[in-house]
Design a protein around this ligand. Structure first.
Ligand SMILES: Nc1ncnc2c1ncn2[C@@H]1O[C@H](COP(=O)(O)OP(=O)(O)OP(=O)(O)O)[C@@H](O)[C@H]1O
Ligand SMILES: [Mg+2]
Length: 761
């Protein structure tokens, strides 16, 4: 009897009509018709049960569908980080579910209902209308009644296994589980491998019997039989090998896709600050190491298992034929394994050095390509080339060293390997001649043909240890990236309030990882919604840090940041970033048309929105003069746009979603006075109806601000209007008169009026 939601649903005296899902849908203006609203509200209710607030903006409703179809809902839920499965079910199955989580039933009329409990004695389900007010009790429904409105469509929703709270750690176990999830293919590969092994032994036994029997007794009939047997065995082996290879390829491809999807997903969930600290080349190299691991898992490891199986068949056979010879072969193979094992450690050290050298080399390449403008502008090609030369030489040198080292075990093991192949028969012949222990010709040939097959697997078993180490090193590299704490939880959980834009910093102290001095120290200020706040202060005073904290880029600060009174840590991170616009000094434009860049792939935005945003940003004027207007293609690095044009496009891109908070960090600093004037002329219009945080070195562009905050070394020095600050804040007055000398009072003196600025940092 599992029924947790029923009791809460049965509360008497709930506020009628107070259904949070329906309220949210009405707010967003989605789902005018009852069915659509019921489906969406049901999904939102079920998601909230698992602590996930659905984001209506992420919903991709198709215009041609009367009510949201199961695939649309599934995609929406998956994007929010939930585990979901759309399955056909029946009443019995619904009764059997033990999980108290609500199940979404997709009704035949396009609406939906929620199963919130069950009474197994009375054989009824407790159901809830997703649009009913939360105070309404659940309704008991039996099979017959349900059948009239529902023919089996259901959505099972769960918090992702481990994913919501903490994702699975990336390690060998996780990879093994990934491989193992294809049990059927694995089983087929194993069966075919075993069969192939057995079949490949048939010709050998055939040869043995040919030599032993046929020659001695001139048995032509036996020979013919043997030949037919061999042909059949070879034919089967051929077909099976072909099939096995195909299955291996499929398995590898499946695993590759799964790994790649997982890696990209986790990579993008890492916080920006992580990418800022890592070199792109090194990062790419580390992540690419996963291919090595995959190859190991589906190649070497599997083959070794197959070899091991072969051994279990062959060894008893050899001992049966001749125990003495079998022992010598076994000892030789053991010696080979010992030799390889002895070289494992030095080889793995070498591998580690090689990986480091390779990734260093990769960084130089990537860095040179990224920084090619600077490289060319400063004529740094020779220096970069010299660096590259050095790295290449280092890698080459290590390759030779590693090759030399790896050569040793192979060379030392060779005589032993040869012994297993044909040395054993010489010994066999010797034994036959010099003792009265008869060894028949068939056994001796058998040893010649099979001895090598025993040595092979043993040698590869020893080699496997080396590969395991290599794979572990590779996993370590990937894990060092993927096992970092990421933002996934914050991106999928938390409140999604409607922002007004009031911002409050309450005793916020923040320190960048690895630096001693805090970038912000006990910072407190509070601005009401709709304020235009200017931030000034000398370089390194913490202006950008404030904007980064507001974007949730760095999250491990002390104190509290509140948006409209809600602690920022409790608000969904994606929701914050979607609703906060950000324009930086240097903005990245994607390859694509001007229109694509303004819309930037956000759903539900039209060309009209793009035009409106461009007009507000003061970009319309130049876009219309471009050869193809809004359809002009922007190349990588946007060489066909000037700095001012790029900047205005970036502002348009930020404005299109009508953000409640717009942050501009030195957004106009790189502009020529004319472009800057253009943007500034629009700034009051841009600021209408939203909170603005503007960082600027040019105080003249902050004159329109309602409030200006002066920072110094991570502390708030003063906050007030321009006039107040000129009056009472020494640092501000100094900056202002420095930039506007013609306004400076008689005897204005740098050093005297702003002592704080002349101190070293
Ligand atoms: N990613 C980072 N990692 C480590 N320290 C950082 C990082 N970014 C900034 N800092 C440090 O934090 C302090 C504040 O930097 P911040 O970027 O906020 O200054 P700013 O006021 O924006 O300066 P500017 O006017 O030059 O842009 C500086 O001392 C800086 O060295
Ligand atoms: Mg800055």
């Amino acid at each position: 009897m599992t029924d947790t939601t029923r009791s809460s649903a049965a509360h008497p005296g709930g506020d009628p009509g107070a259904n949070p899902e329906v309220a949210a849908l009405n707010d967003a203006g989605i789902g005018a018709d009852a069915q659509t609203q019921a489906r969406l509200a049901a999904v939102m209710f079920a998601a909230r049960y698992h602590g996930v607030e659905m984001d209506l903006e992420a919903l991709r409703l198709r215009p041609d569908e009367p009510a949201p179809s199961p695939p649309v809902l599934v995609e929406w839920l998956r994007e929010a980080g939930l585990w979901v499965r759309g399955v056909p079910m029946n009443f019995r199955q619904l009764m059997k579910i033990d999980d108290p989580a609500p199940v979404v039933l997709l009704l035949d009329d396009g609406g939906a209902a929620l199963v919130v409990g069950r009474d197994r004695d009375r054989e009824v389900l407790f159901m809830r209308d997703p649009r009913a007010s939360s105070g309404e009790p659940a309704i008991a429904v039996d099979e017959l009644r349900l059948k009239q409105v529902w023919s089996g469509g259901a959505l099972l929703i769960r918090a992702k296994r481990g994913g919501a709270e903490g994702e699975p750690v990336f390690n060998l176990g996780l990879l093994a589980r990934l491989v193992w999830s294809d049990k059927r293919i694995l089983r087929d590969i194993a069966i075919s491998s075993i069969t192939i092994t057995v079949l490949s032994l048939v010709p050998i036994f055939a040869v043995m019997s040919v030599i032993g029997t046929v020659l001695q007794y001139r048995g032509t009939a036996t020979l013919n039989l043997v030949i037919i047997l061999m042909i059949v065995a070879v034919a089967f082996e051929m077909i099976l090998s072909w099939g096995r290879k195909l299955m291996e390829v499929i398995l590898a491809a499946k695993l590759d896709s799964r790994l790649n999807l997982m890696i990209f997903d986790r990579l993008l969930a890492l916080p920006i600050e992580f990418f800022e600290r890592q070199q792109a080349g090194e990062l790419a190299y580390k992540v690419a190491q996963v291919n090595q691991v995959r190859e190991f898992l589906t190649g070497k490891l599997m083959n070794t298992f197959i070899d091991m199986f072969m051994l279990t068949i062959l060894l008893p056979l050899l001992f049966y034929m001749n125990a003495t010879l079998a022992w010598t072969v076994l000892i030789a193979a053991g010696l080979i394994a010992a030799i390889i094992a002895a070289f494992l450690r030095p080889l793995s050290v070498m591998t580690g050095r090689m990986i480091a050298a390779e990734s260093g080399k990769g960084s130089v390449l990537v860095e040179s390509i990224y920084g090619i403008r600077t490289v060319k502008a400063l004529a740094l090609e020779p220096a970069r080339a010299a660096d590259w030369d050095r790295r290449v030489a280092e890698v080459a040198d290590l390759h030779v060293q590693a090759g030399r080292l790896a050569n040793w075990p192979a060379t030392l093991a060779m005589p032993l390997q040869r012994y297993c192949g044909y040395g054993a028969i010489t010994l066999g012949a010797y034994i036959a001649l010099h003792t009265n222990n008869p060894v028949d010709a068939g056994s001796i040939t058998g040893f010649m043909l099979l001895g090598g097959r025993v040595a092979g697997p043993l040698v590869s078993l020893a080699g496997l240890m080396e590969d395991v180490q290599k794979a572990q090193a590779a996993i370590g590299q990937v894990a060092s990236v993927l096992n970092r704490p990421n933002e996934k939880h914050a991106l999928t959980h938390g409140l999604r309030p409607r922002f007004e834009g009031a911002i409050e910093f309450d005793d916020v102290t923040f320190r960048y990882e690895g630096s001693k001095a805090p970038a912000l120290e006990k910072m407190s200020f509070k601005i009401p919604a709709g304020t235009m706040l200017g931030l000034v202060g000398r370089s390194g005073s913490g202006k950008s840090t404030i904007t980064r904290l507001l974007q949730g880029i760095n999250r491990d600060y002390q104190g509290a940041i509140r948006i409209d009174g809600n602690d920022m840590r409790e608000i969904n991170l994606r929701h914050i970033r979607k609703n906060f616009g950000m324009v930086l000094q240097d903005n990245f434009l994607f390859r694509g048309t001007v229109r694509d860049n303004i819309i930037a792939g956000r759903p539900g935005l039209s060309f009209e929105d793009a035009v409106r945003a461009a007009r507000l940003a003061g970009a319309e004027e130049f876009i219309e003069r471009l050869p193809n207007g809004y359809d002009t293609f922007i190349q990588e690095g946007s060489p066909n746009l000037s700095g001012g044009q790029k900047q205005r496009l970036a502002i348009a891109r930020a404005l299109i979603s009508d953000p409640k908070v717009l942050i501009m960090d030195e957004a106009t600093s790189a502009l020529d006075p004319e472009s800057e004037a253009l943007v500034n002329a629009n700034i009051l219009r841009i600021a209408k109806g939203r909170t603005m945080v503007i960082v600027s070195h040019r105080l003249s562009s902050l004159l329109d601000c309602d409030l200006i905050m002066v920072l110094d070394r991570g502390r708030t020095v003063d906050i007030g209007t321009h006039h107040e600050l000129v009056e009472r804040c020494a640092i501000y007055r100094h900056l202002w008169f420095q930039q506007n000398r013609h306004l400076a009072p008689e005897g204005f003196n740098n050093a005297a009026s702003a002592p704080a600025l002349t101190q070293g940092h």
